[in-house]
Design a protein around this ligand. Structure first.
Ligand code: C5J
Length: 227
C-alpha cells in the first residue's frame, strides 16, 4: 500500500490510491483524429482534437513510469456490422458511412487503419484495449469486469470527444461507483464550446460526475512514484 496521493483539482482536491487507479485513454483513433476518417466525414475539423495528443502522451509516459495501470478504448464495429445499430449507420445521411471503404480502410471497422489508435499513443504490452460498439466504454464491453478484477476504484480520464464518448463514459463510471478525474487538456471536442460546457458539467454541483484537473497537476502528483 503506497498511501493516498492528492491532485489539485476542481471542485476540490482529488485524493486517490495509485494501486486502485487506472488511466483511461478513450478513442484516440485515426478515424477521429486524422483526415480521411469518420470524424471528417461527419463534417468536422479533426485538427481541433489534436491539441490533446501531446498532454495525453506526457500523462501516458508518466503513468507507465509510475506503474499506474493503463487501459485504452476504441469505438468501432465487427466487419459484418452485426454490432452496429442500423440507426447509427444511417444517421447523418453521410456519403461515406460506417463500414464503407474510405482512405483509411473501412470506416470504424475493427482491423482497418482508421479504427486503430493513433501512432503517437499506441498501447504497449499489458495495457488492455477495449473495443466498444457505442459511445460509453462500459456498454457491451468487459471494461467493468477488468477494472473489478484489478481492484480499480479511481479512473483518470483522457481522450475524445469531450461531450460524446468521454462524457458518456464518465457518467457510466460514476453510476458504477468509480471516482473520475478528467484531465481537461487531455480531452478535446470538434466544438470548443461543447468542450468548455462539458468540462463545467463534470465538476458542477460539488463534482456531480467527478473532478477536473490538468496533465501537469496529475503528473506532479504521481512524480514520487516515478523511477
Ligand atoms: C464520437 C467519440 N464523437 N469517441 N465518438 O462519435 O466521441
Amino acid at each position: 500500500m503506497r498511501g493516498k496521493l492528492i491532485v489539485k483539482a476542481e471542485p476540490y482536491d482529488y485524493e486517490f490510491e495509485p494501486e486502485a487507479t487506472a488511466l483511461m485513454v478513450i478513442d484516440m483513433q485515426n478515424d477521429f483524429l486524422n483526415p480521411g476518417g469518420f470524424g471528417e466525414f461527419l463534417g468536422n475539423d479533426v485538427s481541433l482534437l489534436r491539441r490533446a495528443i501531446g498532454p495525453t502522451k506526457n500523462v501516458l509516459n508518466a503513468a507507465r513510469r509510475a506503474k499506474i495501470k493503463v487501459i485504452h478504448t476504441r469505438e468501432g464495429h465487427r466487419p459484418d456490422l452485426s454490432d452496429c445499430p442500423p440507426s447509427k449507420r444511417m444517421r447523418g445521411r453521410l456519403k461515406i458511412r460506417i463500414g464503407d471503404e474510405g482512405p483509411m480502410g473501412r470506416v470504424l471497422v475493427r482491423g482497418h487503419r482508421g479504427h486503430e489508435i493513433i501512432d503517437e499513443l499506441k498501447p504497449i504490452e499489458g495495457e488492455p484495449v477495449i473495443d466498444k460498439p457505442g459511445k460509453g466504454s462500459f456498454y457491451a464491453t468487459d471494461l467493468h469486469l477488468i477494472l473489478q478484477n484489478w481492484g480499480i476504484r479511481y479512473l483518470v480520464i483522457t481522450g475524445v470527444t469531450t461531450e460524446v464518448c468521454v462524457h458518456t463514459t464518465v457518467r457510466e463510471a460514476n453510476d458504477r461507483g468509480y471516482e473520475c478525474l478528467v484531465l481537461e487538456d487531455c480531452v478535446a471536442s470538434y466544438f470548443p464550446e461543447f468542450h468548455e460546457v462539458g468540462i463545467k458539467m463534470i465538476k458542477a454541483q460539488g463534482g456531480i460526475f467527478g473532478w477536473v484537473s490538468t496533465s501537469s497537476e496529475f503528473i506532479k502528483a504521481i512524480a514520487p512514484l516515478m523511477k
